[in-house]
Design a binder for this molecule. Structure first.
Ligand code: GDP
Length: 392
């Protein structure tokens, strides 16, 4: 009795355990993936599912490659296509509103007076001086305007306007070469050094210049040799990334000349048309500046000649800024000026003063913080814009 009963009891307990266990396990299996627990319950396909299970991992490994591709593409920023450069100044002429109302309209209203007596001419002179045209150019302009208004013998607004446009254009010297040297020579990229005082908009202008060049069909590499301002390299990397221009940078505080050297070497390797090098513009001693920029130039020229040295100048700093700028022209062969922030000043006459005092052409003008708010300078369009006239 004993063994039989014991056996029965054991079997009974086992049966209870088995049934209870299945009841406990089943819901757990079902919960995570409802369809999954079913196949094991079916006797036949038991071997089949494992085969299918092993197959998917293989298939799964394939998709991940495909799967990783889209995220990369999704992360890769869509490159921007910069606006064409022709017509930018016309598009941005409204940004000259402040100079337009004081300089352009101011002059027109004065010249349209019935009587142009000495007091009126003094006002013309003051208007020009206040617009930062500079003493020399103002004296010349007033003399020419006096002579021409005498000859004109009329106060017809249209005639006055075209006369004023002509005189402003001639003061802006339309014969100056304002093209950017950006084409490779002897298989080497054109190197464009960008110099100027910190805060003038130098780094921003480097980024905008890259866009100008790309819009004109050039390939560009940017060299972040302003290693003293922590954010400058990051700023440039963002500009470059937006238009697909490679950016060569060094660690913070690195020797600017070595970064410039690496940038030009990389530009030669990759065969770009133009290497634009941002430089440090710390306001220190003239000797220090000369050493630093001189070294950058020397080192760069071990590989390729510097085709262009652009001086970035903040138009809102007026005659003061001009004095600072002159130091740069004394330490490095500046070939042209990028005049920034013309949108923020009523002193648009500074363009005339810059060219006369520095003896350099203004090649580009900054008219806002937007990426394509840098326009190739054109004397006629500029003069027309100052007078609030449709550009010709
Ligand atoms: P950097 O120290 O000379 O490199 O100066 P940044 O490039 O950092 O520019 C200084 C500030 O000037 C930034 O806020 C720019 O957006 C601004 N800036 C540059 N060019 C122009 C311009 O043409 N118009 C206006 N309104 N702001 C500008």
């Amino acid at each position: 009795m004993d063994p039989l009963i014991v056996l029965l009891i054991v079997l009974g307990v086992l049966a209870v355990l088995l049934v209870g266990g299945a009841a406990l396990v089943a819901p757990k299996l079902r919960r995570p993936r409802p369809p999954a627990p079913r196949p094991p319950a079916e006797a036949g396909p038991v071997t089949a599912p494992p085969a299918e299970v092993t197959a998917p991992p293989e298939e799964v490994t394939a998709p991940p490659e495909e799967v990783t591709a889209p995220p990369e593409e999704a992360e890769r920023p869509v490159l921007e296509r910069p606006e064409p450069t022709t017509g930018r100044l016309v598009r941005l002429r409204a940004r000259l509103a402040r100079s337009q109302s004081t300089l352009g309209r101011g002059l027109l209203n004065l010249l349209a007076r019935d009587r142009l007596d000495e007091a009126a001419w003094e006002e013309v002179e003051d208007t020009l001086l206040m617009a930062d045209v500079g003493v020399e150019a103002t004296t010349e302009l007033v003399e020419r305007l006096r002579a021409r208004t005498k000859l004109l013998g009329t106060r017809d607004p249209a005639e006055l306007r075209s006369m004023l446009v002509e005189e402003l254009v001639s003061a802006l010297d339309p014969t100056l070469d304002r093209s950017l040297a950006a084409t490779p020579t002897e298989g080497k990229p054109a190197v464009l050094l960008v110099v100027g005082v910190n805060g003038s908009g130098k780094t921003t202008t480097c980024g905008k210049i890259a866009r100008v060049l790309i819009a004109d069909g050039h390939s560009v590499l940017l060299g972040a040799a302003d290693t003293f301002r922590a954010a400058a390299a990051d700023q440039l990397a963002t500009w470059g990334g937006r238009v697909g221009a490679e950016v060569v940078r060094g660690p913070e505080g690195a020797d600017p000349a070595s970064v410039a050297f690496d940038a030009v070497r990389r530009g030669i390797e990759t065969g770009v048309d133009t290497v634009v090098v941002d430089t440090a513009g710390r306001l220190h001693t003239k000797v220090g500046l000369m050493d630093e920029l001189g070294k950058v130039k020397r080192v760069v020229e071990k590989q390729a000649p510097v085709a262009e040295t652009l001086l970035v100048l903040d138009a809102t700093t007026g005659q003061n800024g001009l004095a600072q700028a002159r130091v740069f022209t004394e330490v490095v062969d500046v070939t042209g000026v990028a005049l920034t922030k013309l949108d923020g000043t009523a002193k648009g006459g500074i363009v005339i003063a810059v060219q006369r005092k520095l003896g350099l052409p203004v090649k580009l003008v900054g008219l806002g913080e937007g990426p394509d708010d840098l326009a190739p300078f054109d004397p006629e369009q500029f003069a027309s814009a100052l007078l609030g006239e449709e550009a010709r």
